[in-house]
Ligand binder design. Structure first.
Ligand code: ADE
Length: 256
């Protein structure tokens, strides 16, 4: 999978994208990440990418021409203003606090794409006409405002890249928090007793069936305690068994 990042601040990306799992995935060729400096497409001597807003007000607005030229050049020759863009065009995603909230389900959708373009918004935002002409999706990573879309793009890439086949081991994806609306069970490793705190005895019992049952129950208990909203979604998605429901009822869960 290929990620193209369009940004005014390419230097912000060194570090997060060049370490650990993302580094290995790029070396192995399972993912490719290309950075593009929007200023490269600015036409004036000062390489201006922003200007004052029409109608007045605080802050600056990202100018239409350099950003549109950047998106079109990175997208490739078939780029179009048609909102019904042909299927071979990569989605053009703007990171913005006004977008739909990023979730694990969206991460899975994006991981199925061969390529996505990520546009990092800045200043007060971008000229609305570029949004209308060229942006196909807007994503926010949370209900708070960052100084720009760069950190949000890094969060999105991290969450999506690890779902690309071959980047990490697929068993860890199946059981992790949010893939089926349930939070993860707690993990322990040696020593068996740490500062007087023992590991739950079931984990050292060697009884695989009991371990699996305990882990399932821990997932249910944690989700009920911390994110009861997710339990209702799990119930609606049909991932709760009768056994799960009985256990949750014992803990005081009332299904909506
Ligand atoms: N840019 C500024 N705030 C943001 C957010 N919460 N998500 C995505 N992009 C942003």
């Amino acid at each position: 999978m290929r990620f193209d990042i369009l940004t005014l601040f390419p230097a912000m990306f060194s570090g997060p994208l060049t370490e650990s799992i993302l580094k290995r995935a790029q070396q192995a060729g399972t993912i490719a990440i290309q950075l593009h400096d929007i200023r490269t497409w600015a036409i004036d001597r000062h390489r201006t990418a922003d200007d004052a807003p029409y109608g007045g007000g605080a802050g600056m607005v990202m100018k239409a021409e350099p950003l549109a030229a950047a998106i079109r050049a990175v997208q490739g020759p078939a780029a179009t203003d048609d909102e019904h863009a042909p299927a071979d065009q990569a989605p053009v995603i703007l990171l913005s606090p006004d977008g739909e909230l990023f979730t694990q389900a969206i991460a899975h959708q994006l991981a199925a794409q061969p390529r996505i373009l990520l546009v990092c918004g800045h200043y007060e935002g971008l000229d609305e006409r570029v949004r209308a002409a060229l942006i196909t999706r807007e994503i926010s990573i949370g209900d708070y405002v960052l100084t720009g879309g760069e950190l949000a793009a890094m969060v999105l890439i991290d969450a999506v890249a690890r779902l690309v086949p071959g980047v990490i081991d697929s068993e860890s994806i199946a059981e992790e928090s949010h893939s089926d609306w349930l939070l993860e069970y707690p993990h322990y490793t040696r020593p068996a007793v740490w500062e007087g705190r023992p590991v739950p005895p079931v984990l050292t019992s060697g009884h695989h069936g009991e371990v699996a049952k305990w882990r399932r129950r821990e997932r249910l208990r944690r989700t009920l305690e911390r994110r009861p909203d997710l339990l209702n979604r799990a119930a609606a998605a049909g991932v709760l068994t009768n056994d799960d429901r009985r256990y949750l009822a014992e803990l005081g869960w009332k299904e909506l």
